[in-house]
Ligand binder design. Structure first.
Ligand code: ATP
Length: 511
């Protein structure tokens, strides 16, 4: 395997995604639109497959979870009640030399992440030196370099989070200066003051100025679930505990927008709000933390790539919160949040709307506002996690190289490539016949151009798990070769067995 820095790997993944039709910059012919992306022919398939798998895992595999698809536009008071109008802010800071804008908290968090990476490198070095007998916990507690770096991180944390809590933006700026954080573009420490910036996009609804209303593009999908709590509970006859799931677009005017799919201004969320009896929320919170981690591991990505980050600093409405972080090429970063949100949202909507948002518990004959445990995951970030884990550059035995996307077969954009060996002798006709029998069950891709070797490489680069080759022998005995993307091994099988062989490999495991 060729060694490259993480940033190089990230750049390669971005250009691979573009070259092979996964992700394009938005409006590219006009030089793009910052932090907005379009999914191409193979990207949209992968994205749909991830969304579908999430939906199945939530709605189909749980009898007590149902879905909704709420509108992106909502009544403006929703965002007043939810706290977004007053507090959905990020602290921003500008570099006076480069004129670039940054999130002050992200500058500090990135600074901590760099120190963290140093620790991880030491740990990995030691792990390979000590082998089996390596005790990571002990190593972290005793190695002087690791300890020194850990102390640095802890010191920043105890200063930074309380400062944010107090909204002490002056102290945040002082910390940036004291840590010697420089602008990555200009290399200078010439910073402006730190200011708060609201992330919601707004627009006008209504045709004439007088009755036009300022409304917002939703910055999260969750509120569409909360305002429909009673509608859903009554019509689907749900009994607590129960969940409502939703996937859909969300919009945030992000300050830092230079991280490809990781931080977009228009993105998609997959959220589930689980309504529980007050007092039982922490049990369900633990349950969903474990359940969601299992889901991530069921994507075939090893557990070393994930970790929990339990929040010490809680939002005012939460009584417990954790992120599932993923080791992206840009470091360990949030992929999903699991939050115990108490009765904050339903309570606030009850207050602002004047409508009762309560549940009548037939067992206890009581009315109450349910508590909520939320799981909230970014579809685009999951796409990026799957893509960056799958991307591999391999040197083959014959000295050649290939790029392969080892995407789990059940998520792969194309399941089966149908390839006649040559474009004559009746092979294309036979291949079309086979294509016709497979295309109603699987997303297939027919290709007859180029040498077979080149076509295999292209399918590897798209992450297609199976390539069926129709050759002269096929005409004689109705067998084809089926090639496995990862091992590159080929087997001869009967045409009638193809469908079953594919089905076996793409079935999802229950988790
Ligand atoms: P961050 O701290 O990275 O800004 P957040 O804590 O604001 O994220 P949440 O509000 O908890 O994120 O949103 C839930 C999920 O939505 C996140 O875990 C992430 O996967 C996804 N998400 C949030 N903002 C973006 C974005 N700008 N681009 C892509 N995905 C996003």
């Amino acid at each position: 395997m060729h060694m490259a820095s993480n940033e190089d790997v990230f750049k390669k993944i971005i250009s691979h995604a573009k070259e092979y039709g996964f992700v394009f910059p938005s409006s590219e012919i006009y030089d793009g639109l910052s932090a907005v992306y379009d999914y191409g022919p193979f990207g949209v398939e992968l994205k749909n497959n991830i969304r579908e798998y999430w939906w199945k895992s939530m709605v189909q595999y749980h009898e007590n979870i149902v879905g909704v698809d709420a509108a992106i536009f909502m009544h403006p008071t929703v965002w007043k009640a939810s706290g977004h109008v007053d507090a959905f802010n990020d602290p921003m800071i500008d570099n006076k030399d480069s004129k670039k804008r940054y999130r002050a908290d992200v500058l500090i968090e990135d600074h901590m992440a760099k120190i963290e990476e140093k620790i991880l490198k030491e740990v990995e070095k030691a792990r390979s030196r000590f082998g089996e007998s390596f005790d990571e916990k002990m190593f972290r507690e005793t190695n002087p370099r690791v300890k020194e770096n850990q102390d640095k991180i802890d010191a920043i944390r105890t200063r930074f989070y309380p400062a944010l809590d107090r909204n002490d933006l002056e102290d945040v700026k002082k910390l940036i200066e004291e840590l010697g954080i420089v602008c990555p573009i200009s290399g200078s420490r010439n910073w402006t003051e730190v200011r708060q910036f609201n992330l919601m996009f707004s627009t006008q609804m209504g045709s004439v100025n007088e009755d036009a209303n300022e409304i917002y593009l939703r910055p999260e999908t969750a509120q569409g679930i909360f305002v429909n709590f009673l509608n859903v509970q009554k019509t689907a006859r749900m009994k607590i505990p129960f969940g409502i799931a939703q996937t859909g677009k969300a919009f945030r005017n992000e300050i830092v927008a230079r991280q490809f799919l990781f931080r977009m201004r228009e993105f998609e969320q997959m959220e589930m709000q689980y309504f529980v009896k007050p007092g039982e929320e922490l049990t369900w919170y633990e349950y969903w933390k474990q359940q969601r981690m299992k889901w991530h591991l069921s994507l075939g990505i090893p557990k070393e790539k994930y970790r929990f980050h339990n929040h010490e600093k809680l939002a005012h409405y939460a009584n417990a919160a954790a992120d599932i972080e993923f080791h992206f090429p840009i470091g360990f970063k949030e992929l999903e949040g699991i939050h115990s949100r108490t009765d904050f949202d339903l309570g606030a909507h009850q207050k602002y709307s004047g409508k009762k948002l309560q549940y009548f518990d037939t067992e206890t004959n009581e009315n109450y506002v349910p508590y909520v445990v939320e799981t909230s995951i970014g579809l685009d970030r999951t796409f990026l996690a799957v893509l960056s884990h799958a991307y591999k550059e391999e040197k083959l035995e014959d000295g050649s190289e290939r790029v392969v996307l080892s995407i789990p077969a059940f998520l792969a954009p194309i399941k089966v490539a149908v390839l006649p060996l040559v474009k004559k002798d009746g092979l294309p006709e036979k291949a079309r016949e086979i294509m016709d029998t497979l295309m109603y069950d699987y997303r297939c891709f027919y290709e007859e151009k180029d040498t077979i070797g080149r076509r295999y490489r292209r399918m590897d680069a798209l992450g297609t798990p199976f390539a069926i080759t129709i050759d002269h022998q096929t005409l004689k005995d109705n067998t084809v070769t089926i090639r496995d993307r990862d091992t590159m091994r080929q087997e001869r099988i009967e045409v009638s067995k193809i469908s079953e062989a594919v089905r076996e490999k793409i079935s999802t495991s229950s988790f």
